[in-house]
Ligand binder design. Structure first.
Ligand SMILES: C[S@@+](CC[C@H](N)C(=O)[O-])C[C@H]1O[C@@H](n2cnc3c(N)ncnc32)[C@H](O)[C@@H]1O
Length: 200
């Protein structure tokens, strides 16, 4: 699994058209959530943001957004799209596991989509600790976890509700958890939406 922990692994997928996760638009579960029950505005981190469609969507809806990705191709494309659309959003090229070093308690919210399933599953507890570390006490983490059932060996690596509950329990309280009404076609029935609150 160590290969997925390197930017080179992802760089090669971007370079060879192996980016089968690309939706070309903001994720439908995020759009529905923000348009119906928007979390409090503030600084929001989007880890593993890819080309930044979700980050731009959030910025256009009044959030102060920073997207993080360690792939040059992803960040270059994300910046170009934001510029072209005139959306004010920041992108940092870096490994998300380093964020606590200089973003401790810096964010009011986190949007997680398809980063959790992209990292080495052995690092998931570390990832959750990192998200807790960059959130202020009481901050929110909105996530759409995917895939609930495997179609390939991964990535994306399978997630389960019981694992999510166990990993988030030390630092978060789950406020809402439900299957999203709308998912991208190939993901229908395999996504699980969670709104969690970082312990104070
Ligand atoms: C499956 S893609 C999803 C991209 C985006 N969230 C989307 O929905 O289009 C996973 C992304 O996470 C990035 N990524 C994976 N591990 C990372 C890490 N440790 N630090 C930063 N970015 C990472 C990859 O470069 C890739 O852009």
């Amino acid at each position: 699994m160590a290969r997925v922990s390197t930017p080179e692994f992802w760089e090669r997928l971007y370079a060879t058209g192996g980016d089968g996760w690309e939706l070309g638009r903001a994720a439908p579960p995020l759009v529905d959530f923000v348009e119906t029950t928007p979390p409090a505005r503030g600084r929001v981190a989007v880890p593993g943001c890819g080309r930044g469609h979700d980050a731009r969507f959030l910025a256009a809806h009044g959030y102060d957004v920073t997207g993080f990705d360690f792939s040059t191709a992803a960040v270059t494309a994300a910046r170009a799209l934001a510029r072209r659309e005139g959306v004010d959003v920041a992108f940092e090229q870096r490994d998300v596991f380093t964020l606590a070093l200089d973003h401790a308690h810096a964010f009011d919210g986190v949007w997680e989509y398809t980063c959790f399933c992209a990292i080495d599953p052995a690092r998931r507890a570390d990832y959750v600790r990192t998200m807790a570390a960059i959130l202020r006490p009481g901050g929110w983490l909105l996530a759409c976890f995917f895939p609930l059932r495997a179609q390939t060996a991964g990535p994306p690596f399978t997630v389960s509700a019981s694992e999510i509950r166990r990993l988030f329990a030390p630092a978060f309280r789950l406020e809402r958890a439900f299957p999203p009404l709308r998912s991208a076609r190939a993901r229908q029935g395999r996504e699980w939406m969670v709104l969690a609150r970082r312990h104070r």
